[in-house]
Ligand binder design. Structure first.
Ligand SMILES: O=C(O)C[C@H]1C=CC(=O)O1
Length: 92
């Protein structure tokens, strides 16, 4: 199943900078691992915001939740999930 996921990152202003850099590095490694595995199909920055729009290709809601909830930055993200269905006019 395909899902459009929007992640808005909200880092507390008083977070220790070393911890923040570590979390960002861990998030980057995990995001790239999931992209290589094919489950994180697209990752786009939302211009002008610390946010992304992503397309995930996973088996079901449970797999998506398992992935999202174990992302290193998960505690600091507002996440919106939109399940996608095939459009009848799509040609591919
Ligand atoms: O920067 C972000 O949008 C948050 C998160 C998603 C992938 C990644 O590397 O960091």
């Amino acid at each position: 199943m395909l899902y459009c996921v929007t992640m808005e990152v909200r880092i507390p202003h008083d977070m220790d900078l070393e911890r923040l850099e570590r979390l960002k590095a861990e998030e980057r490694a995990r995001a790239q691992e999931l992209q290589r595995a094919g489950s994180w199909r697209h990752l786009w920055r939302v211009a002008g915001r610390y946010a992304n729009v992503s397309i995930f290709d996973v088996a079901d809601h449970d797999e998506l939740h398992a992935i999202l909830s174990t992302l290193p930055l998960f505690p600091f993200m507002d996440i919106a999930v939109t399940p996608l269905a095939r459009h009848p006019s799509a040609i591919d």
